[in-house]
Design a protein around this ligand. Structure first.
Ligand SMILES: Cc1cc2nc3c(=O)[nH]c(=O)nc-3n(C[C@H](O)[C@H](O)[C@H](O)COP(=O)(O)OP(=O)(O)OC[C@H]3O[C@@H](n4cnc5c(N)ncnc54)[C@H](O)[C@@H]3O)c2cc1C
Length: 338
């Protein structure tokens, strides 16, 4: 059942008010198939919505917007008594799914605690944080082929995961709707604590040998202290990707800026910290009308209230141009501009 001219303000974490020409939610693959059949008579493009935490809506959507609410979590044993296949419906809230795994002693995605959004959107950009990406524990996903209406299974290789990348953002963009995702998680596993701030937070909490739950809590504490809560201040997390540059470019910048923050990716490439570049460009805390660059975290653009998607888009362009002029480095937007 479609609703006409539906306001998406509550469905995007920037809190931007735009209308969807047609809107419907689906809680099962069957309902989704029925909606897709019905939508064939509407000559408009489709847009699949999860939690709206990685989109910037810049205009009313002359589209059929379908919101994924497929729920359910199952845990299956494997031949290895330590490993379990854990499957979540694409409409499960990502953080609730992480909490389910943590509560059940299933290791592998605890460092991804508190990332907003849905399970189904997680493979879209291979979400990652604190040294872990979903590709590390990803097993497979099911997705509905929009033109044939048949459900297909994708392995990790099929998904072509990269840094905030997957085949669903590139060659297969707009062709599939992810309906469930399966992870291979372990009962016993080493915790991933190599990010300095995790160790610092555990030390703050007085914890020497952390449990799975304590690592998840440490991540939650760090994120709460660093990132604005979208329920209080509209944002979409990191607006830009950390740019990858040649070793030559990095060395040239390092000679000029000895405090440059960079991480080696491979023999010939380095990743630069986009937040550092923006901050050094003098834009941390910069405001433009109703939006701005966050005061504490320069990688995050925020809606102070009433900003339009276009205002935020213009601000993001200004950030990109300023960084390009100062450092000769192109920032790529991580957030999907719609
Ligand atoms: C405060 C904050 C912190 C964040 N921190 C991180 C972080 O640490 N790491 C990180 O990687 N990301 C982070 N993000 C970004 C965001 O949370 C993730 O990208 C998340 O996976 C988006 O999920 P969503 O359900 O909100 O997707 P949406 O924003 O609804 O959609 C994103 C894109 O995926 C498509 N899509 C959504 N669901 C499906 C589906 N089932 N099938 C096909 N296409 C689909 C949409 O059409 C859209 O193009 C953060 C965001 C915020 C607001």
């Amino acid at each position: 059942m479609f609703t006409a001219n539906y306001d998406l303000k509550k469905h995007n974490t920037f809190g931007v008010s735009v209308k969807a020409r047609w809107f419907a939610a689906f809680g099962s693959t069957e309902t989704l198939k029925n909606l897709l059949s019905e939508a064939k008579s509407i000559p408009l493009p489709l847009f699949i919505l999860g939690g709206g935490s990685n989109i910037l809506l810049t205009k009313n959507l002359d589209a059929v917007v379908l919101k994924n609410e497929i729920k359910g979590i199952t845990v299956e044993p494997t031949d290895d008594p330590n490993s379990f296949l854990v499957t979540a419906g694409a409409g499960e809230i990502w953080h609730s799914f992480v909490q389910f795994c943590v509560e059940n002693g299933l290791h592998g995605i605890e460092n991804l605690s508190l990332i907003p959004g849905s399970v189904g959107a997680a493979p879209m950009q291979n979400i990652g944080a604190y040294g872990v990406e979903i590709k590390d524990t990803f097993y497979s996903l099911k997705a509905l082929n929009i033109s044939s209406l048949s459900e297909e299974v994708f392995s990790a290789d099929d998904c072509k995961f990269g840094y905030r990348e997957s085949v669903f953002k590139r060659a297969l963009k707009g062709k599939y709707i992810i309906t469930s995702v399966t992870f291979l998680l372990k009962k016993q596993a080493e915790l991933s604590l190599h990010y300095g701030s995790i160790k610092d937070e555990l030390a703050n909490l007085g914890i020497e040998n952390p449990s799975l739950k304590e690592v998840s809590q440490a991540i939650i504490n760090i994120r709460n202290s660093k990132l604005p809560n979208p329920a209080e201040l509209g944002n979409s997390g990191s607006f830009f990707k950390n740019p990858v540059v040649s070793a030559q470019k990095r060395n040239q910048l390092l000679a000029e800026y000895p405090n440059l923050v960079s991480y080696q990716v491979n023999e010939s490439e380095y990743k630069l910290a986009a937040g550092w570049l923006i901050e050094q460009s003098g834009l941390k805390g910069y405001t433009a009308g109703n939006c701005g660059v966050h005061k504490k975290q320069a990688l995050v653009l925020v809606n102070y209230g009433g900003a339009t998607g276009n205002e935020i888009l213009q601000l993001s362009n200004l950030v990109q141009n300023t960084v390009k002029e100062k450092f000769g480095v192109e920032l790529e937007k991580e957030v999907n501009i719609i």
